[in-house]
Design a protein around this ligand. Structure first.
Ligand SMILES: Cc1cc2nc3c(=O)[nH]c(=O)nc-3n(C[C@H](O)[C@H](O)[C@H](O)COP(=O)(O)OP(=O)(O)OC[C@H]3O[C@@H](n4cnc5c(N)ncnc54)[C@H](O)[C@@H]3O)c2cc1C
Length: 470
């Protein structure tokens, strides 16, 4: 082991009480039950349409019924893909952002491949029944069946979304271009749905099933309109949020302070983020997610952004008085997640912003909170003044792990290469078993931290994180 040890700063402090903590498991249970109930309904629909009998018929009907089942499950997953990104409070609270994105991707993968199987099986089944060439059958489907032309256009859009979301093509596209193409997915889903209700055997023969399905889709569309458009717009106008000041934060960051009317009524908590849109001219419509960088206090919100591209650079040019549109508050990396009294906070780069806000607002005793910051260089550190204040006034122990990365995918700098990651964590936080651990930074860095935390014996329910990535 190397003699190099992380730098630690501690200050004298005044203490506060140790928290209780409200558990969000109930939200998670309700959200999970809702998903399972609707999924079971879809399978029940297929069974009640003699799906099982057709499956064992061992003729063209077998192909058709597999086609129907894959289509139903695919449509149900498409519904959840939309709902999971519609910012529905039930799913926001039940799963949190990172889990929702994972579920959205998983649902996307399966809904797409089940959609492909749906097409293949139905074309093969109908072609076998009619004694036709499958290509001629596919052609006939598109032109002769109600809603199928729309469904074909919808499928083409979904293929476009899937192809542009594959890792290799995603890397080549600008975030904004990818996001715009991704929005075409909504149109694709909208175009694909009517054919089910106009031609799907399960719906034509069961009016109640058709009513249920229409209602579910109308609800999904309403959720998108309400939670992604109407509610954020209404809140932004009601609270009249405006830029108050813009100041540098370290050599590659900026702090934006905003004020508004009755901001406390938004019930934002430290650790949460908003998607922000600044009405400062052309290009305002591209929203960017930034976490609250200070405990939300009265009628002021503060964000601290690393200058990485157009969107964050633009913040440096904002003038006081600029109107701000907000979507949020989102995120579950809050104090509600705490299970015990002590805290270990690990931040890389701009990931420090929400962790400082949490340390400012959470109760803990002096010496019971450790903050680890990871930057390439000391001058890059964001929220430096606030961190110093926390060490002095709240007794936070601050550990810096600065320096360039090594070749290996590790969360600490190359100069600590001789350390084992799990051992390093225990060395930094000897009372790790009593700590809730908050982790924030780039996704790959967080994955490396989580792996070492797991090896150090920290159970998953005591690790709370939010990745700064899509
Ligand atoms: C939940 C969350 C909270 C965040 N909080 C902070 C914070 O407090 N401080 C901070 O400095 N950064 C934060 N980020 C990262 C920040 O959103 C991006 O750095 C910023 O949007 C980059 O935009 P850009 O135009 O400057 O850079 P670009 O060069 O356009 O983008 C750089 C990278 O940022 C990501 N990105 C860009 N636009 C968006 C977007 N609209 N939504 C999601 N990701 C995007 C993409 O992965 C992109 O590859 C957060 C990200 C998320 C997801």
């Amino acid at each position: 082991m190397t003699s190099t040890t992380p730098r630690v700063a501690t200050g004298a402090a005044a203490g506060t009480a140790v928290p209780g903590g409200r558990h969000p498991q109930a939200w998670n249970a309700v959200a999970t039950i809702v998903i399972w109930l609707t999924s079971l309904f879809v399978v029940a629909l297929w069974v009640s349409g003699a799906g099982i009998q057709s499956l064992f018929a061992m003729n063209a009907e077998t192909l058709n019924t597999i086609g129907r089942l894959t289509g139903l499950v695919s449509a149900n997953l498409l519904l959840y893909q939309v709902l999971l990104m519609a910012r529905v409070p039930l799913f926001e609270r039940g799963f949190g952002r990172d889990a929702m994105i994972r579920l959205h991707r998983l649902a996307g993968f399966w809904s797409f491949w089940l959609l492909m199987l749906h097409i293949v099986f139905l074309v093969a089944g109908y072609a076998a029944q009619a004694g036709m060439n499958p290509l001629a059958q596919a052609w006939q489907f598109v032109w002769a069946y109600p809603g199928m032309l729309l469904a074909t256009a919808g499928t083409a859009l979904m293929i476009l979304v899937v192809v542009t979301s594959m890792r290799r093509s995603r890397r080549r596209l600008r975030y904004e271009s990818w996001h715009l193409l991704h929005l075409y997915g909504y149109l694709g889903v909208g175009l694909a749905i009517p054919h089910m209700l106009w031609t799907g055997a399960d719906f034509i023969t069961h009016p109640a099933a058709a009513a249920y399905w229409w209602a579910l889709w109308a609800l999904a569309a309403a959720c998108v309109l309400v939670f992604r458009l109407a509610a954020p717009l209404w809140r932004s106008l009601r609270h009249d949020i405006r830029v108050a000041s813009v100041t540098p934060d370290g050599q590659r960051g900026v702090v934006v302070r905003m004020r508004g009317r009755g901001l406390h009524r938004l019930h934002a908590r430290a650790g949460q983020y908003f998607v922000w849109r600044f009405l400062d001219g052309a290009g305002w419509s591209a929203g960017h997610p930034f976490s609250l960088a200070a405990a939300p206090d009265g009628d002021e919100f503060v964000i601290a952004a690393r200058l990485v591209g157009d969107g964050s650079q633009r913040l440096t040019r904002l003038s006081p008085g600029t109107r701000v549109l907000v979507e949020g508050p989102y995120g579950h990396m809050t104090g509600e997640r705490r299970t015990g009294g002590k805290l270990l906070m690990l931040a890389a780069g701009a990931g420090i912003a929400p962790l400082v806000a949490l340390l400012e607002s959470e109760p803990y005793r002096p010496g019971d909170a450790v903050l680890v910051t990871r930057d390439r260089d000391e001058l890059d550190r964001m929220r430096a003044t606030e961190i110093d204040r926390l060490t002095l006034t709240r007794g936070v122990r601050h550990v810096t792990l600065n320096g360039p990365r090594g070749d290996e995918p590790r969360w600490f700098p190359a100069r600590y290469a001789a350390w084992d990651g799990a051992e390093l964590i225990r060395r930094i936080a000897p009372d790790l078993d009593e700590c809730d651990v908050y982790v924030c930074g780039p996704a790959a860095w967080m994955a490396a931290v989580r792996a070492d935390l797991a090896r150090a014996g920290v159970p998953a329910e005591r690790i709370h994180s939010e990745a700064f990535a899509v």
